[in-house]
Design a protein around this ligand. Sequence first.
Ligand code: APR
Ligand code: ZN
Length: 368
Amino acid sequence: MKTRAAVAFGAGKPLEVVDVDLQGPKAGEVMIELKATGICHTDAFTLSGDDPEGEFPAILGHEGAGIVVEVGAGVTSVKPGDTVIPLYTPECRGCEYCLNPKTNLCQAIRTTQGQGLMPDGTSRFSLDGQPLKHYMGCSTFANHTVLPEIAVAKIRDDAPFDKVCYIGCGVTTGVGAVIFDAKVEPGSNVVVFGLGGIGLNVIQGARIAGANQIIGVDINPSKVELARKFGMTGFINPKEVPDVVEAIVEMTKGGADYSFECIGNVNTMRQALECCHKGWGESIIIGVAGAGQEISTRPFQLVTGRVWRGSAFGGARGRTDVPKIVDWYMDGKINIDDLITHTMPLDDINKGFDLMHAGESIRSVVLY
Ligand code: APR
Ligand code: ZN
């Protein structure tokens, strides 16, 4: 069949909206009609050409919501008509990673997904007979896409596509890092570096977890108002204090119980570790640093009890946890509406990238 898609033809080039060919789902696969998709920094990173795994031409996008239109042989967990969210971190429930409660990094289809291919090593998308690469196992910048069954989370049918698509990446990444990975306890003091789309979701995760202080760190003071609405209790602008780490240690009376780096900057990653409380403070890296960058600190920081760790997709097991996060939104426990600052049709998708680069949007969502 034909479907409309925004195709990335090469690094640094704007996306082009064209009709592409899409093959139906093979055994164990599901075809979805996308209703909405968010535009994320990771899409921009790949489009820039800096992503070592990025290959062109490809159909980017990994933060979607839609409806199942067709299933391949052997698919049992979803059926046509189901409301679903594509998962770039799948959940096969059988690999050694899925069977280990310490990780959410299912490896069942990792190799082919990294190559932009379906698990059988081929692509379902093509243009003029030439294959187009899938992206992060999702390719949500197409009106229809095909995914492995293990990469599809079935959610409730009354969830609004234009909001819950954000649970496919940003919301889960931030809220999940607090709840599933750090497991922040009530009464904890939490510090959040970067008050963008990820940081604000960390803040609301910390609020749900019952944190005591929630301190935001950002060089842009215009972020303060919304961050307070989401639960931030204190703010530090690194440009206004002589030493960020000292300022945090003072404000928290000893250091953070948990800190989260939501910028992707190796210098703030160091600050986020070193502002942690001696003996027990944990720092969680969420931001993605540029290719080839390295973090550093004095080993004594770890010897004296601080912990450095990272979080991917918020530690969430997609098919199990994503439907729960949708419930939290539907029950009013988390706020997504205020984070979606812009919407646009697929034809205007490049405007969404421009808004992101200009720092004018928190999230832009394409509506099909
Ligand atoms: N110190 C403090 N704050 C900073 C600094 C800095 N040196 N540099 C940038 N910031 C702030 C910005 O002002 C902005 O508010 O960090 C915030 C980043 O927010 P966004 O640009 O909206 O990014 P976001 O979508 O939240 O993603 C953050 O996570 O997913 C990854 O690739 C993504 O690495 C990126 C990170
Ligand atoms: Zn993303």
